[in-house]
Design a protein around this ligand. Sequence first.
Ligand SMILES: [Zn+2]
Length: 633
Amino acid sequence: MRFFQPLSQHGLARVLAETRTRTHLSPGLIAIEKPIKSDGYSGFFDIVLPPSYSSTEKNFNLHWNILEAKKDKALTTSFSHSLQPFYPSSVVAELSEKDFQSYTEKFLELEDAHKHIYTLPISFINSAHFDSVLDTDVSLISLIGLDKIFNNQRKLAEVLIGLKEKVSPDIAIYLPGPTSPAHYSFLTYMGIDFFDNSLAYHVSKKGYFVLEDKSYFLSKHPDCYCQYCTQDPRNILGHNDLMMKNEIAKVRFALEEGILRELVEKDIHKSVTFAATLKHLDNNYSNVFRQRTPIISSSKLKCIGEESLTHPVIIEYRERIRTRFEPAPGKKIVLLLPCSAKKPYSFSRTHMRFRGAIKKAGKQIFPLLSEIIVTSPLSVVPRELENIYPARFYDIPVSGVWSEKEIEITSRLLLDVLAHYPKNTKIVNHMHGHGYQQIVDVVKEKTSFEVIDTAVEKSPTDQNSLNELGEVLSNLSKDLMYDREKYVPSKIRKLQATADFQYGKGTGQILFSRDIKIRSKYPKDLQIFREKKHIATLSSRTGYLSILPDIAQEIIDTTLNKLEFGAEYVSGSNIYAPGRIKADETILPNDEIFIIHENRVIATAKAIVSGVDMNKMTSGSLAVTKKKLKVKQ
Ligand SMILES: [Zn+2]
């Protein structure tokens, strides 16, 4: 039985596997403090344990004592576990292959109760001996030697990715020894769960004053008004310790809010190596993060720096548009529009004016028209998907200047989306400015579509441009016939596109035919009915759907959100790892998933971890049950 399990991904915020209270344990700071009762110092997890655990399961505290005489040695860079009551007694970062082997063999021979904490020197991550440790019930890996490669971006990325891919998320990772609080967010994002406050002892003794971005000499530093500095400015240990706790609290909050990546994008500017490492990770290992980052969310997505172009959720969004978006049938005109600061775009002044111009072409234009909003960093947002996360939730600094990379990424996705339209489709370009023009130039150069520009001279909201748009659409609609049989009203079309994006291509048409009825209006959740039966709800908060188990049965052969379960029915409110047979690896945390047994949907649930991690975990909860199929008695 393992102790930990991840809760919110984007990093790994672990909770005790056995508790349903979902108390976050990580990122945690292991506090090294002088205990009241005994001599010496002790280390324990600086967390609040659920009451039932703190009273009965003392071992959960992972508590160890460091004698006064050994304190100095223990609290410096050579911080070792030499006096902890659990195995291993002591391991150095530079072990020989032979010593590592014999140490690991000894660990494997231990009784199960003592096999919970294992110290791993980073050079042995790829060793087969370490693989056999992962096959045990080990709960916590103490990683040593990482600080030695903090200035080597390539190696740092390789080690941390290796660990993330190899180590199941129900095993927590502890980085012992002095670590600057400026690095907490990045290291948490990379999968480290626990740090300790040994840095406070280490730097205080040398006379350094730690602030969130860097350390200062005690003789010259910015003023601080914390409780320690106000009482006694010489008590820097108290101040430094508090700084670390505050930084951990910030990271934990960002994790809970689902905005850790944004914090990382901000924090990496404090370290040249970490900034380079993030770039290296995004360019070479984006899959590892994409697979674990929720796409169902309702938090604001701030896209400030160039790093946002490779944000995992943005990459996932583009990939789903590329592989899951299919234009509605019968569309003969694609209208390219610029984005607006206000979201959803339809609610903005500029888009309302576009709407007005489109209407002038007459009602018959709508069945023919497909609207595509071109924007960075998302690249392409089809109108029918403007309400989902992240399309409705991102913020960018508007400068009007596009970088080479933005132009390249955006035009590539636009070409892929346009490739789904018939060859004789007319493209109306109602965008203005150098960046947009370059994107449209790529379309003109690489496709045979006829492109008509309506806002080249003046801005898209200029009355002349709007008049031209209305005229062009009006003329086009006179020549083009629409197929009444194929026409799907835009409200239904939105549901279909959302289902395809969320559950997999083709699911939308199965679930939402023309005879459905929709009740309630934005901003309330939409209730969707078919033959008077309530079949689905569209959340106005996230823009995503939830459906009932018997409705999910209709898309069982098409959907990518399946978790095959070992029992005939689900009891309780959680799906636990031991019941899992196989999960679709396309599942992301927060996704609505379908629990199936022998090809029958027995429940719907909300994923806690990704499908990739579901298949790795041996303990803990994988998903929280939403609706169960009613069992006939
Ligand atoms: Zn202070």
